[in-house]
Design a protein around this ligand. Structure first.
Ligand code: OFO
Length: 170
């Protein structure tokens, strides 16, 4: 049975993962309507992954005798000033999610909830991969500059890490 404190903080994460999914959907929609089909595909796939993360928390909370709460989500921005700026926002958001997961890990240790701690280890690994994959994208964007976006848009799906894809199937 989950302690109330742990249930509450896991429900907070349900909202954060769901918001991540919507944020990437909003970005994907902006990219698609701005002519960046490849970037949109990357973001749609990312949005699906984030929904999967939310589902993992929902299932875990309910499985452990808690009750997952499905929240309302705030509306993400619909306009972005450019691709590099948008990916900087993705990185900032992922860093926020990493800090959020780490906060739950700390609470599980303080509360001696080793089952939830074990459940969270998948997310700890996932966040390392996600931050690293967005940093790679930002490095590439800096290298190519603004003038070769066609090539970048065509190649971005290759930058999705196979580790991240594998992690999703587990
Ligand atoms: Fe990209 O964050 Fe979920 O966990």
């Amino acid at each position: 049975m989950l302690k109330k404190k742990i249930e509450d903080i896991c429900n907070r994460q349900v909202e954060r993962e769901g918001y991540s999914s919507n944020l990437y959907l909003a970005m994907a929609s902006w990219a698609e309507t701005s002519g960046f089909a490849g970037i949109a595909e990357w973001l749609y796939a990312q949005a699906d992954e984030e929904r999967g993360h939310m589902m993992k928390f929902i299932k875990y909370i309910n499985e452990r005798g808690g009750k997952a709460i499905i929240p309302a989500f705030k509306k993400p921005e619909t306009e972005y000033t450019g691709v590099e700026d948008m990916f900087k926002q993705v990185l900032k958001h992922e860093e926020f999610i990493t800090a959020s997961i780490n906060e739950i890990v700390e609470l599980t240790l303080a509360e001696k909830d080793y089952n939830t701690n074990n459940f969270l280890q998948w997310f700890v690994t996932e966040q390392v991969e996600e931050e690293s994959s967005v940093m790679t994208i930002l490095d590439k964007l800096r290298l190519i500059g603004k003038h070769n976006m066609y090539q970048f848009d065509r190649d971005i799906m290759r930058l999705r890490t196979s580790a991240s894809d594998e992690a999703e199937t587990t």
